[in-house]
Design a protein around this ligand. Structure first.
Ligand code: SF4
Ligand code: SF4
Length: 78
């Protein structure tokens, strides 16, 4: 199952708690704000959602795990 990681940059205060909470290294700091640069690594554990006092992070199941072939096809179509 895949997961999408959304981050509200306006709400983020740059505390870096989510970087420490995420064991798969999804987040990196960019210009003083957290950014889910490695969202493909998300396991959906929700640790970052729970630790963020700003409620800046949303993690949701995408419902489908797209294969590399399907992603390539989508890129061709779009
Ligand atoms: S825990 Fe929340 S407020 Fe802190 S850096 Fe992460 S997203 Fe920003
Ligand atoms: S849900 Fe878990 S694995 Fe996914 S970004 Fe948050 S802490 Fe990392």
């Amino acid at each position: 199952m895949g997961f999408s990681v959304c981050l509200d940059k306006d709400a983020c205060n740059g505390c870096e708690d989510c970087l420490e909470a995420c064991t798969t290294g999804v987040f990196e700091m960019r210009n003083g704000k957290s950014s889910p640069v490695n969202a493909d690594e998300c396991t959906g554990c929700q640790s970052c959602v729970e630790i963020c006092e700003q409620n800046a992070i949303t993690v949701a199941e995408t419902g489908i795990e797209m294969s590399d072939t399907f992603k390539a096809l989508l890129r061709d179509i779009l």
